[in-house]
Design a binder for this molecule. Structure first.
Ligand code: FES
Length: 167
């Protein structure tokens, strides 16, 4: 399982440092560019290494606590590398009223991790999302960008099994 403590690791420093500098360059001079910079970094490498916070803070005249606060406030930002597949389960009201909480429990039990983390086999990163715009077909989830509605427990099991089987 990936945890916050896995974030970064000096072995991969060059790989993420390039993405960080590129994102900073792209938004240089813009007012309040932290969110845009973070999105660019995550788009490029899939996560925001904790080790990058100091460089971001320095470049954007912020404190490391400011950067950490923003990264951890938004559910979309990951502080550890994602699994091979990213599954976002909708936990907003319409989906909740159609059984999303039971699906959430099933998922965490099946994957052996809480929301925000990646299963030990590296197959699935589980994330909460608050409305996918698919309320009419709730409960809904998104896997690797594909929206799926009317998710039943059986369908959910199949989705997880397929994700684990796929590379
Ligand atoms: S509440 Fe789940 S898709 Fe809108």
């Amino acid at each position: 399982m990936h945890t916050e403590n896995d974030a970064g690791g000096h072995a991969g420093t060059e790989a993420w440092a390039g993405a960080v500098e590129k994102a900073l360059d792209l938004h240089r001079g813009e007012p309040g560019p932290l969110l845009a910079v973070l999105h660019d970094i995550q788009d490029a490498i899939g996560w925001i290494p904790t080790e990058s916070h100091a460089r971001l803070a320095e470049a954007l005249s912020l404190s490391k606590a400011d950067v950490y606060g923003v990264v951890t406030f938004y559910h979309d930002f990951r502080s550890s590398p994602p699994g091979r597949h990213v599954l976002k389960l909708c936990r907003a009201e319409a989906c909740q009223s159609m059984g999303a909480e039971a699906l959430a429990k099933r998922l965490t039990a099946k994957l052996g991790v809480e929301f925000g983390l990646t299963s030990a086999d590296g197959a699935v990163t589980l994330q909460p999302v608050y409305c996918l715009g698919n309320c009419a077909c709730s409960p809904a989830l998104m896997i690797d960008g594909n929206l799926i509605g009317r998710v039943t427990p059986e369908r959910l099991d199949r989705i997880v099994a397929d994700a684990r089987a796929a590379r």
